[in-house]
Design a protein around this ligand. Structure first.
Ligand code: FES
Length: 281
């Protein structure tokens, strides 16, 4: 436990703390940076995001970074069949300097949710802006600091980006279902398991969101009124509170898993890895 009296009034990074306070901002900063670097690279590839073992018909593995497929560019290696596109083939007006990658069109949605998450804000303000780097450690002093009421006021959109995230949980759950078929034949592969776990972890993160907790339990003076029995709403709120108390854990495992799911589909689609499955190919 660090008390306010332990804070040094000295120079940048000075503190009376003797523990390894720097470890958390270090690993969270590097960990998230690695995720952003991989995601950016994968987003610009535009290929190897789909695998169905060459089978036509219902089913296949779709990278979560590319789902939903709003448009699909034809004749690209590792791309999904056109009937998976929501709006058809790739638009002709797309600027030639920007890669024709379906991921570019959708990743802002889930990223807007993560980047405005209360937990993410905490760690990236500490790790990247050192403002401050940890409790009771002197950081970069900010004159005229206005918190999230001025420059960072957009962070308050988090309660709305929650609805985007909820939509992605539904879409990625469907992709998990889709991964259980090849050419319309039911089966299961390592990729199916990965793509089914993915929306479960994302749901654990999304349903533990502070904004969702407020949605389920906010504005309630009494959960057991008027008949003294706990309401259904109270039960939901307790479940959300359980997830909420482990929000950091869900944040990290869901983030790492979604990147791993993309990587797995990419490796299998490009022929570098063999998917072990019941379809026999
Ligand atoms: S507070 Fe983290 S997702 Fe909402």
């Amino acid at each position: 436990m660090v008390t306010f009296s332990q804070q040094s009034s000295g120079k940048f990074l000075s503190t009376y703390r003797s523990d390894k306070w720097w470890f958390e901002p270090l690993w969270t900063g590097l960990g998230f940076l690695s995720f952003v670097a991989y995601t950016t690279w994968a987003m610009f590839q535009g290929d190897y995001y789909w695998w169905s073992g060459g089978q036509e018909g219902f089913g296949g593995y779709l990278s979560p970074f590319y789902s939903p497929l709003l448009f699909i560019k034809e004749a690209v290696v590792g791309s999904a069949p056109m009937d998976h596109s929501w709006f058809g083939s790739w638009p002709g007006w797309w600027p030639v300097l920007i890669p024709a990658s379906p991921a570019i069109l959708i990743l802002a949605g889930p990223l807007s949710f993560r980047m405005t998450c209360y937990y993410y804000r905490k760690f990236y303000y500490r790790a990247y802006f050192m403002s401050p780097p940890a409790c009771a450690v002197s950081g970069i002093s900010q004159k005229n600091y206005k918190g999230e009421t001025a420059l960072l006021v957009f962070q308050n959109l988090h309660r709305y980006t929650l609805y985007i995230a909820l939509g992605f949980v539904v879409i990625l759950s469907y992709d998990g279902f889709l991964s259980l078929f090849r050419g319309g034949e039911f089966g299961i592969g390592i990729g199916s398991i990965i793509l089914i776990i993915n929306p479960i972890l994302l749901a654990g993160y999304t349903f533990g969101c502070h904004a969702f907790r407020h949605l389920t339990g906010g504005n309630q003076d009494c959960f057991t009124c008027p008949n003294g029995k706990p309401t259904f709403r109270h039960m939901v709120w307790r479940g959300v509170s359980w997830l909420n108390s482990r929000h950091i854990l869900w944040a990290w495992i869901s983030m790492l898993w979604v990147a791993f799911a993309d990587f797995y589909v990419r490796m299998v689609s490009s022929g570098r890895w063999i998917d072990i499955n019941t379809w026999g190919f």
